[in-house]
Design a protein around this ligand. Sequence first.
Ligand code: FDA
Length: 412
Amino acid sequence: MEHIGIQTRLACPGRFGSDNQMDIETLIIGAGAAGMMCAAHAGSGVMIVDHAKAAGEKIRISGGGRCNFTNLHCSPDAFLSENTHFAKSALARYTQWDFIELVDQHGIKWHEKTLGQLFCDTSAKEIIEMLRNMMQVAGAQLALNTGVESIKAKDGGGFKVRLSGARNDLIDARNIVIATGGKSIPKMGATGFAYDIAQQFGLHVTTTRPALVPFTFTDKRFAPISGVSTPARVTAGSGSFDEAVLFTHRGLSGPAILQASSYWHEGEAVRINLIPDQDLSGWFKTQRQSQGKKQITTVLGDLLPSRLVDHIAKEMDIDGRVGDLSDKRIQSIITALTDWHLTPQGTEGYRTAEVTIGGVSTEDLNAQTMETKAVPGLYFIGECVDVTGWLGGYNFQWAWASGMAAARAITA
Ligand code: FDA
């Protein structure tokens, strides 16, 4: 490991690489999107540790391996938090256009897939490489396979940190930045570390739950149409999204469902409009005149995948010839198709959730710097903060923006 701008004292001279005592300016815990962004901009005297064997693992697997790294339409409205104003400052001071400029400077080619979502043309690894190169140029040291055993505030400011794992140095740091993400995908190294540290320092942590996650139904009612996908409008609580719904063996998935899951609470119904943006009354009138002798299931096949029509026809008791259906019956079919109420039994949970809703309470953080109000020098950035974006590059934009906010404060 290089030592740039950091004083190293050997507390146990015979065992180089372990039991070192180091004085550093800033220790960043978590080499994910937010931590690396912060390290890349926080100057020398920075050490960044991660208990995983590689940095930026979630970046690597994101966007199907192409990383949906930001969104052209990024604005504070696309974020959930107990304080919806909190994210405004950081997002305004480091925008999607700033990150696009950064990837352009590094020659990373990208494209817009849909709805303003920007992806790498080649591989998400390019984003990791870019951040690692920037960290190296900035003089930040990266220590992998390294966790944290304890953090203690020192009288008069700063912190003493005992590392664990590959290194068990005792660190004296003026600043600590917690960038350990949320609880999503424990298999990839996600932990509740940030929340534990927040609580240790007397900060509030809002209720956390998995989000951007598929719904499950214990009766496996959609197993027969597993793999069928259709555009729809899905509403849960105050969130409503027009995108694809995917029927799965265990329940419901697809972008519209993942988005709605962030607004859903256990026991609530999800409402699906299978045919949004169409005047169905007018459409049925025309069908009655032109195809009156046909079965309604056949006619609906013009609007929806036929496997889905067969399935919902049974579930919603839809049958008969179009011309024989009364106005009242047609109206009830329209309601069934456009306001389908389904109550999921649950979600796939943190096992597959893309993000964690909730986290370190924004009421305890400075919105411009991400520093805790009560403990000078202690910062929280990225997903561990109670700021959660929609699907589509918003969560990475929050990681970049909050990481940058802390870096600017540290170097000010
Ligand atoms: P992140 O989780 O990236 O990093 C935290 C780091 O801390 C990890 O490296 C972890 O190993 C480390 N760590 C945890 N506990 C530790 C401990 N106790 N000690 C030391 N280290 C510890 N978003 C988006 O905008 N576009 C996308 O395309 C996708 N795609 C996507 C796909 C999948 C499958 C998932 C799971 C998630 C996404 N996301 C996404 C969400 C996005 O990945 C996520 O919001 C950011 O990675 C959050 O960045 P952070 O740096 O806050 O946490």
